[in-house]
Design a protein around this ligand. Structure first.
Ligand code: NIG
Ligand code: FE
Length: 417
């Protein structure tokens, strides 16, 4: 007798792989027609055809997924979902013609969210973020990375990390934390003076917090961009974080190509994120490395751009690609990974299979979670979605609605519609 069997699924799509999928392997999502999944103690113990599973197992609890698809819970590997307030006024300013970078240079953008976050308590941040995590969960996200980066002083960055820790303990979504003290230059600092503060004051304080937290892994990230951190400052900050025990990620080439991909690859970054204006040479270098490229078409869409990162080029060069929403109040107020998949298939010319692998197994590896989530394989955490369609490709084909009918986290139904 096992805890749960999901049977009769028109398709079980496993996305199984012992490492991030690269190049042409991203076309393989591992379809089992008429599939079933067996769950015990929150873990997957078997996946096969319904006939093979029912010959071997019986369960207390059986879900009949006839006419539906079972796929892994989605993984969102780059988010700024902890914040206070909103940036609805900037949305209107952009509609009238201001650019994201102009708004940022005028002290709005990230700095306007910084003001709201500095005013908020840890409890305010938790309360304002929880409904956004609920929306992500309803759209199928079961694991997410969350960055600090709207505090921009030591106490406020720690406040954000404390909110992240509380949310990880109290929300079904599994959270991986990232310290992004180097997200913007706060008022009253030069870039250089703030870089020194991040390195000498924030990193040690954040490591003290981390060592007492329940997390077993912490990333460091930096916004390597004009009017944010130069290539040299980004390198110094990431190196200092790495020396203190953090793992490396970087926002690179979102608006201007400063050489951030090569800099981050030299530090063995887990991922390089955005890649909107990355050169063909650096795409090749990335594709030949162990680093996952994370692209963010929801930002291009939200900023009204028709230019998208060369995701097709990364895959065709044999690279490992992942997607993310980048959910944040400025460049991407978007909780939905399926919407990101829909954008990528249309504008970046990915097939739905590539989009699903980029949103599950590869996204999981990009945050160090590939051994435990991101695919339907025996031994992994039972994080699964039941989709209201007999063909997984509809997840990218349809948009504007929500095909996620049931979300199962560690073997338990946590959302249903
Ligand atoms: O990934 N580019 C820097 N950071 C975010 C935007 C954050 C914000 O606008 O609040 C991004 O796009
Ligand atoms: Fe970001």
């Amino acid at each position: 007798m096992v805890d749960l069997i999901i049977k009769n699924a028109a398709q079980v799509v496993t996305c199984a792989a012992p490492h991030p999928k690269r190049g042409a392997d991203m076309l393989d999502v591992g379809i089992i027609p008429d599939g079933a999944v067996v769950i015990q103690d929150g873990r997957i113990i078997a996946v096969d055809t319904t006939q093979a599973i029912l010959a071997q197992y019986t369960a207390d609890n059986v879900i009949d997924a006839s006419g539906q698809t079972v796929c892994p819970g989605l993984v969102d590997p780059h988010t700024h979902v902890v914040y206070a307030g909103d940036r609805i006024d900037e949305f209107e300013m952009r509609i009238k013609g201001a650019t994201y970078m102009e708004i940022m240079a005028a002290g709005g953008g990230i700095l306007s969210t910084m003001q709201a976050v500095r005013r908020a308590s840890v409890d305010d941040l938790v309360a304002q973020t929880r409904p956004r995590l609920d929306a992500m969960l309803r759209h199928g996200t079961t694991t997410a990375e969350i960055k600090s980066g709207y505090g921009l002083d030591t106490a406020s960055e720690l406040k954000m990390l404390q909110a992240i820790e509380i949310l990880d303990r109290t929300h079904p979504i599994d959270i991986i934390p990232t310290f992004l003290g180097a997200h913007a230059i706060p008022p009253d600092y030069t870039a250089e003076a703030y870089t020194e503060l991040v390195i000498h004051e924030m990193i040690p304080a954040v490591m003290d917090w981390f060592n007492q937290s329940h997390f077993d892994r912490l990333y460091i990230d930096v916004f390597c961009e004009e009017n944010a951190f130069s290539l040299e400052q980004s390198h110094r900050i990431l190196s200092a974080g790495q020396a203190a025990g953090m793992l490396v990620k970087a926002h690179v080439d979102e608006f201007n190509a400063l050489g951030g991909v090569s800099m981050a690859l030299d530090l063995q970054a887990a991922s390089v994120d955005h890649l909107d204006v990355t050169s063909a040479e650096e795409i090749q270098r990335l594709a030949q490395s162990g680093t996952v490229g994370i692209v963010i078409p929801a930002v291009n869409f939200n900023l009204g751009s028709t230019h998208f990162a060369d995701a097709r080029g990364i895959i065709d060069a044999g690279g490992a690609l992942a997607f993310t929403t980048d959910i944040n109040p400025g460049s991407a107020p978007c909780p939905s990974m399926p919407f990101v998949m829909a954008l990528a298939c249309r504008y970046q010319k990915l097939l739905p299979a590539e989009a699903l692998n980029a949103s599950t197994i590869n996204a999981a590896y990009s945050i160090g979670m590939g051994a435990s989530v991101g695919s339907i394989e025996p031994g992994k955490q039972a994080d699964l979605l039941i989709l209201n369609t007999p063909d997984y490709r509809h997840l990218a084909y349809e948009f504007g609605g929500n095909l996620v009918r049931t979300v199962i986290k560690c073997g338990v139904v946590v959302a249903k519609q």
